[in-house]
Design a protein around this ligand. Structure first.
Ligand code: HEM
Length: 128
């Protein structure tokens, strides 16, 4: 395995940080966050089609590893938070009064969780 997906994910995290701080630039913020979420949704499909997951998880017994399950748990949490961000973003655009504060605090949680997803993914990646 190569480290390319990890490096691309790290770059996308840095871009997400920029979009986090530039939230007043609404179009930029929405474009980058939307692209980041699309990237996150696509990543498992890429890994399943480009990696020998059967060898890694079953033959090499990695499915019993704590790190794999931690990564998986964080991933599910990340998707839930991303869905919640899309829902509250739609509410902000409809001028729902409480949406902005919810979107803000969920966003901070998402930054932490996504950072940990990428970090644990980096630990799991095997350099070629
Ligand atoms: C598809 C995804 C997203 C969309 C469409 C979206 C959309 C928006 C919109 C329309 C605003 C209001 C900007 C303004 O004041 O004009 C906003 C604010 C904000 N967004 Fe997002 N966002 C998304 C994802 C995220 C994510 C993933 C994060 C954090 C990691 C985030 C963090 C924030 C923060 C902190 C604010 C400022 C809220 C405040 O004013 O307190 N957003 N977003």
């Amino acid at each position: 395995m190569t480290l390319t997906p990890f490096l691309v994910a790290t770059a996308s995290y840095l871009l997400m940080l920029v979009a986090y701080f530039l939230r007043k630039r609404r179009a930029f913020h929405m474009l980058v966050m939307g692209a980041t979420i699309a990237f996150d949704v696509s990543m498992p499909f890429f890994l399943v089609t480009h990696r020998n997951w059967w060898h890694r998880l079953i033959e090499q017994n990695d499915i019993l590893s704590f790190l794999v399950w931690m990564h998986f748990g964080l991933l599910i949490t990340m998707y839930a938070l991303e869905l919640a961000q899309v829902i509250t973003a739609r509410q902000i655009l409809k001028d729902v009064p409480t949406a902005r504060a919810t979107h803000h605090s969920q966003g901070r949680a998402l930054l932490v969780v996504r950072g940990l997803v990428i970090l644990t993914g980096g630990f799991l990646a095997e350099p070629a």
